[in-house]
Write a protein that binds this ligand. Structure first.
Ligand code: DGL
Length: 248
């Protein structure tokens, strides 16, 4: 069988937190990770812009022999997954979403903070998820600008941001949904501000779902488990950070 890869993309290095989980479950597949740092952040962009950006990325990944696509970005999933699936009908497309259902399944009674981009929180897709699994004890927090400073690895700005925006939830919430794939990178800093909380994120669901889809479509393969990293700004700094995350 021809060697085909799995294409994974995000608006930067955040999606590495998803690819890491995928690689754990499917270690022998070959991957292309596309870090679209030139368009970061996606979180404040309108739907049409995000659809166009994602369409170009998926088109490129298809040209590079990808057999499946993973949208490792909650914002892009919320705004563009429907369009991409209607256009690339022959290719399995797996899209991440905030792990709010997981809270419903495992910790329904507990007060919960959902952190995500403005784009995700205001999207129709998230709205439907929220309505379905609402535990009436949930705070929705659009974290405008947070993914941007995580992408820049600006530790001081991240600390200040969290103190200014989430310290108010200390003692009020037990669960935190990390509804943006950049946020698992600052889990420790979030806990420093909120105290002990339980984190929920969608990466494991994506990995399991991808495996199921590959099995169903007879696309599972055994290769060397390579990862090719591409950044839209050809940033060496991003490349180094990406591999650091993958190896952490
Ligand atoms: N990592 C992305 C997400 O999961 C997007 C962050 C951004 O570009 O605003 O939503």
């Amino acid at each position: 069988m021809e060697n085909k890869k799995i294409g994974v993309f995000d608006s930067g290095i955040g999606g590495a937190t998803v690819l890491k989980e995928i690689k754990r479950i499917l270690p022998d597949e070959d991957y292309i990770y596309y870090s679209d740092s030139i368009h970061n952040p996606y979180g404040d962009k309108d739907e049409e812009t995000i659809i166009n950006i994602c369409d170009n990325i998926v088109y490129d990944l298809m040209q590079q022999n990808c057999k499946a696509i993973v949208i490792a970005c909650n914002t892009a999933s919320a705004k563009a997954a429907k369009y991409l699936r209607s256009k690339y009908t022959k290719t399995p497309i797996v899209a991440i979403e905030p792990a709010y259902k997981m809270v419903y399944d495992y910790a329904y009674q507990e007060p919960t903070l959902v952190m995500a981009t403005k784009g995700t929180i205001e999207s129709e897709k998230f709205h439907m998820l929220y309505e379905k699994y609402n535990n009436q004890k949930t705070y929705l927090l659009p974290c405008i600008g947070l993914a941007d400073i995580i992408e820049k690895d600006d530790k001081k700005a991240i600390k200040e941001y969290l103190e200014n925006h989430i310290a108010t939830y200390r003692g009020k919430v037990k669960n935190v949904v990390l509804g943006c794939t950049h946020y698992p990178l600052i889990q420790t800093q979030i806990e420093e501000v909120l105290g002990k909380v339980t984190f929920f994120q969608g990466a494991a669901n994506v990995a399991n779902h991808l495996k199921e889809l590959l099995e169903k479509n007879n696309l599972l393969e055994t290769h060397a488990g390579t990862i090719q990293f591409i950044d839209s700004q050809q940033s060496k700094i991003k490349e180094t950070r990406f591999y650091e995350i993958m190896e952490s």
